[in-house]
Design a protein around this ligand. Structure first.
Ligand code: GLA
Ligand code: CA
Length: 667
């Protein structure tokens, strides 16, 4: 399969390379997909549903703890109606308990307080700890007619009033945190009112970005509602999925929150759960119990996890989960070598080699290509009023000029950038807006501002951005300073850096200088979400308008992060209205039309400077069962969510030895 696809893929090289010779066409060149897998789509209720079973059982390692009284019996730890995973949707069926799932990641846990925006190192560790009100990842497998809105999770069900201005949410009853404390509406209220809506806290959902600042009303311990200023629809509920709608333990966090604790500061609150104090209290399937900096995080099963299989076995199947703290490149190398179990292959630089190795029958790993969902862009900060000095302000004023953004886009030879990343037909031009793998992408609505150096230079001349002092770099209008743009790039992202280097040399050719600023991933993330940058080169997977929307769209008063001062360009106002309309309808055709409008406005205004987009391949070790081969690296969410890890398992004979057998997190 893979072998054939690779051969087909490599045959395309010449066809693709000739694309660069197209004249300054405004239409996207034809795209060739590399994804060849076919599988059946199922109904949303076929994956899992809330319900109660007659009896429950648990991982054998927990039996002794229950017998000694250290843990309550499994039926007392589970909610009244746990989430039940359907056997029919499991490609290998009901699992066996035990063993280790081995992740390798390039990130480092910043801390455990995700409510204050801290990440835990990415690569699936955040998601292994956090559970959110609703779930998006598994939707890649859901058939079109069932696609409206997210899948339930902690929010068991919800309903609308007649005018669609009130959304009433029923939480699961009897879910417990990993320390045994009850999860209830107070955790959700604390998340929304005291974190999201508190502008001093950098929560992942920006203040007032959920339905224009929906108000929350608590009804009882397990029921609450959001009241919106205007009618909404199922789509808006998608905002309550990972990474935005994931409550933290209010019973722990209030002790450090300024609204609850005398003398507490916001800085102190953000740092309240430092990465060297374990175990944190979570709702996820596994709990971090060991963190050796730059080496390893070990997680152990959460005995209070609220999901089961149809035979009543409490999930997850794996007792232990490892996150080796390495590099993203090493994640792929280890998956190929069989010393890691999973990788989102996302650096095209190692695609050919990794695929060649995984074709071998003896290879420990399976590889599957999906659609193009990894898209890189140069993002310019458009917030001129928020600039900290005059020089920065002058630059951002220039960024606000459409002709300047167009000039930068015309300066980019995207075929050369793609070939610098990897030889072969992997890269396709990215013009901003939705990636081509998005269900909302439309080629005809994508305005392409293609490679055209002469055109780029004419636009710059027209803006009076010329080299007034003859040093080879164009100057700001009126003979100002040289146009030197500082661009941040993460220190652990090979593909980002390679593209930025190519872009810098291409911009040099039209007289614009790039000053590459390498920063660590956590700093890059904090700077980006805080709007503290001149320009950023990075990957943004724009697939849905409702996922991490503040990164790409004018989704709230302080969005996007690259124009967070509220001084919107006229087309941004137009986009904000389209986005609001998108979220407030469930009509798929209306949504598709609105998405086309968003795509057209974003691309004709060169909102961001797109570079290239590539498909990604998912690598999963062959001993891992229930990893559906159709799982995309990214679609509604990253593969770590889409593959449903709580349901993965390995036959006992093939299990890796646990480092901390027979233990759970102790509080
Ligand atoms: C990082 C990785 C992705 C994915 C996500 C999950 O961004 O690069 O492949 O694992 O983390 O959050
Ligand atoms: Ca100059």
């Amino acid at each position: 399969m893979i072998h054939n696809r690779m051969r087909m893929a490599l045959g395309l090289t010449t066809a693709l390379m000739s694309v660069g010779t197209l004249a300054a066409a405004e239409e996207m060149p034809p795209e060739q997909s590399l994804s060849g897998l076919e599988y059946e789509l199922i109904g949303r209720g076929d994956i899992y549903a809330h319900g109660s079973l007659g009896s429950y059982s648990q991982a054998p390692m927990l039996d002794a703890m229950v017998a000694s009284g250290a843990l309550p019996p499994v039926e007392d730890r589970l909610p009244a109606e746990p989430i039940v995973f359907k056997t029919g949707a499991m490609v290998d069926g009901i699992g066996e308990y035990g063993g280790v799932f081995r992740h390798v990641i390039g990130g480092r846990p910043e801390g455990w307080n995700w409510m204050a925006g801290q990440h835990q190192g990415w690569g699936g560790i955040n998601m292994a700890m956090q559970e959110c009100l609703v779930r998006q990842g598994p939707r890649w497998q859901v058939k079109a007619e069932d696609q409206t809105g997210p899948l339930p999770n902690l929010a068991q069900s919800w309903s609308w009033n007649d005018t669609n201005t009130e959304l009433t949410i029923n939480l699961m009853q009897g879910v417990k945190w990993s320390d045994g404390d009850a999860f209830d509406v107070e955790d959700v209220r604390f998340w929304y009112e005291d974190n999201v809506q508190n502008e001093n806290i950098a929560s992942r959902m920006a203040k007032d970005s959920f339905g224009g600042g929906a108000a929350m009303e608590v009804i009882d311990d397990y029921t609450f509602k959001f009241v919106f200023a205007s009618p909404q629809a199922e789509t808006i509920v998608e905002n309550l999925a990972y990474i935005q709608g994931c409550p933290g333990p209010s019973h722990i966090l209030k002790a450090s929150h300024p609204d609850y604790a005398d003398g507490a500061t916001y800085d102190g609150y953000t740092q309240a759960l430092p990465n060297d104090v374990l175990p944190p209290v979570v709702l996820g399937a596994w709990v971090p119990v060991v963190h050796r900096p730059d080496e390893l995080v070990i997680m152990r099963r959460n005995p209070y996890y609220f999901k089961v299989d149809e035979s009543g076995q409490q999930l997850p199947y794996f007792n232990e989960m490892h996150f080796r703290l390495s590099t993203w490149g090493d994640r792929t190398a280890q998956a190929v070598a069989g010393t890691g179990d999973f990788s989102n292959m996302e650096d095209p630089g190692n695609y050919v080699e990794a695929l060649k190795q995984s074709q071998d029958d003896a290879s420990p790993v399976r590889a599957n290509f999906g659609p193009r969902v990894l898209a890189w862009r140069l993002t310019l900060n458009l917030d001129a009023a928020g600039a900290e000095d005059e020089g920065e302000k002058a630059l951002r004023m220039l960024f606000r000029e459409l002709d300047f953004r167009k000039a930068l886009s015309h300066a980019l030879d995207r075929d050369a950038i793609g070939q610098a990343l990897a030889r072969g037909p992997f890269a396709y031009p990215y013009v901003g807006g939705f990636a081509t793998g998005s269900p909302y992408y439309d080629a005809a609505s994508s305005v392409f501002t293609p490679y055209d150096q002469a055109g780029a230079m004419a636009l710059l001349d027209g803006l009076d951005v010329t080299d007034t002092d003859g040093d080879g770099v164009r100057n700001l209008p009126g003979g100002g300073d040289n146009v030197v743009i500082s661009v941040e790039v993460g220190d652990n992202a090979n593909a980002d850096r390679k593209q930025l280097e190519a872009i810098a040399s291409q911009l040099e050719e039209i007289g614009i200088r790039i000053n590459i600023r390498t920063v660590d991933q956590t700093t890059a993330d904090t700077n980006f979400t805080g709007g503290a940058f001149t320009a950023v080169m990075g990957r943004e997977n724009v697939i849905l308008p409702t996922r991490e929307s503040c990164r790409s769209w004018p989704a709230g008063p302080s969005c996007p992060h690259f124009n967070d001062g509220g001084d919107r360009l006229p087309f941004e106002e137009e986009m904000a209205a389209k986005l609001a309309a998108f979220q407030s309808t469930s009509d798929a055709e209306e949504q598709a039309a609105l998405a086309r409008d968003l795509q057209r406005i974003a691309t004709e205004n060169v909102y961001t400077i797109g570079s290239v987009q590539v498909p990604a391949a998912l690598l999963v070790n062959k001993r891992i069962k229930n990893a559906h081969p159709g799982t995309p690296v990214f679609m509604y969410e990253w593969a770590e969510d889409g593959v449903i890890r709580e349901r993965l398992w390995t036959p006992a004979a093939m299990q890796e030895e646990e480092v901390l057998p027979d233990t759970i997190a102790e509080y």
